[in-house]
Design a protein around this ligand. Structure first.
Ligand SMILES: [Zn+2]
Length: 105
């Protein structure tokens, strides 16, 4: 996906849950090149690693993961590796994706 689409999709996901005041940035991760995404509550920003943009499935999962961090400040990543939790985000993400497709048409 493009950087613009990743940003729009992330913002669309947050807005479904009433969050509209976060910044989303797609950029190279210089200090942690292998990380897919990062959520900073202090900066109210989700960062997405631009080297993974070509992989739509990974990007979608990363967007779900980082958005979940927004709603769970201070909670580490591990609970989000739980299969049930991931399935729950995936279901929510599909709703967002469908809404997003409708908006694009
Ligand atoms: Zn995480």
């Amino acid at each position: 996906m493009t950087a613009d689409r990743a940003i729009e999709l992330t913002k669309a996901t947050l807005s479904v849950f009433g969050v509209t005041n976060w910044i989303v940035r797609v950029e190279p991760f210089v200090e942690q090149p292998k990380h897919y995404g990062l959520t900073s509550h202090r900066r109210r920003t989700i960062f997405l690693n631009n080297i993974y943009l070509d992989d739509d499935a990974e990007m979608a999962e990363t967007i779900c993961h980082e958005c979940t961090h927004v709603f769970a400040p201070g909670v580490p990543c591990e609970p989000f590796d739980d299969k049930a939790v991931v399935a729950d985000f995936a279901a929510k993400f599909k709703i967002v994706e469908r809404a997003f497709e409708r908006v694009r048409k």
